[in-house]
Each structure stands twice: as C-alpha cells, then as structure tokens.
Design a protein around this ligand. Sequence first.
Ligand SMILES: CC(C)(COP(=O)(O)OP(=O)(O)OC[C@H]1O[C@@H](n2cnc3c(N)ncnc32)[C@H](O)[C@@H]1OP(=O)(O)O)[C@@H](O)C(=O)NCCC(=O)NCCS
Length: 144
Amino acid sequence: MSYTLRSAQAADWPAIADLLTRAELPLAGAQEHLRNFIIAEADGEVVGTAGIEAYGSAGLLRSLAVDPRQRGQGVGEALVNQVLAEAANDGITEVALLTTTAPDYFPRFGFEQVERSALPAQLTESAEFQGACPASAVAMLRQR
Ligand SMILES: CC(C)(COP(=O)(O)OP(=O)(O)OC[C@H]1O[C@@H](n2cnc3c(N)ncnc32)[C@H](O)[C@@H]1OP(=O)(O)O)[C@@H](O)C(=O)NCCC(=O)NCCS
C-alpha cells in the first residue's frame, strides 16, 4: 500500500471520527484539536490518524488509529514520528499520552510509563483527563 501523510482538514472529520469509533478511542475534544491532527491517506481514503493537543510546552498525543486492514505496515510509526516532529517544531518539549490498549507500542518512540501525577499539569485541561479516557489508562511521557 502506498500512502501519504498530510495535515487534517475540517472536511476530514467524519472519516477521522469513523476511524476512532471503530478503534474504540474517545472522540471527546478531538475535533477541537483537528488542526494538530495528521492523517494517512491511501487511494483517497483516510487509513490512519494521530493528533496532538498542545498546552504550552506540553503536548498530549492522542487518537492514534490505523485502519485494521492497513496495520503492520509502518503507518502508525510514520504518524507518530510526524506528530512528534511537528510538536518539536512547535516548541513542545514534553509529550504525554494515556493508553489502555497500546502501552507496549510506545516505548520504541521514547515514551516511558509514569504515574499519572508525574504528567505536566497543563494536560489536565484535556478532555481525555476530564473523563474521556478511563482512570485505569496507563500514563506515558517522552521528554527531550
Ligand atoms: C496501535 C496502532 C496505531 C499501530 O498501527 P500500525 O500501523 O499497525 O503500527 P506499525 O505498523 O507502525 O507497527 C507495527 C508493530 O507494532 C506492534 N503493535 C501494534 N499494535 C500494538 C499494540 N496495541 N501494543 C503493542 N504493540 C503493538 C505490532 O505488533 C508490530 O510490531 P513489529 O514491528 O514488532 O512487527 C494500531 O494497531 C491501532 O490502530 N490500534 C487500535 C487503536 C489503538 O490502540 N491506538 C493507540 C491508542 S493510544
């Protein structure tokens, strides 16, 4: 499969929401941060997405999902690397995430599991912290 990465546009929201829903990831707060979402596109279809919520020098990586038919081909990795590169460009020095499904996926990008209380305080503004993500979710942090 050949695919391209690009910034999400408002018109991509229905396809992104569909992907997130099928991956059982929260929608709350995602549309508000759409300008910081990347999509992977193949044959005009959205096959993957990842986003970052920016809070000053801290960012929350969220909504990483790849269409089940296109998994295992590096799309997820390309999306994470792109989101992290853009975050660094924007002066974000700490990127956190909450996950119930993929704590073993993220160490390869430099994320380490931490106590939720160790995450940058600004992130508690995020809908994910306001209840969209279960309390049992693993917190991870990447500092550079
Ligand atoms: C996690 C996800 C985005 C990975 O996408 P992908 O395009 O298949 O990932 P890549 O091709 O870059 O990487 C594949 C590798 O990651 C591993 N991997 C995939 N999902 C994983 C998970 N949930 N936990 C641990 N490892 C995982 C695969 O086993 C494979 O390992 P290998 O490189 O040793 O063969 C995709 O599985 C997905 O959409 N999952 C459902 C949504 C989800 O859990 N998102 C994370 C929420 S924070």
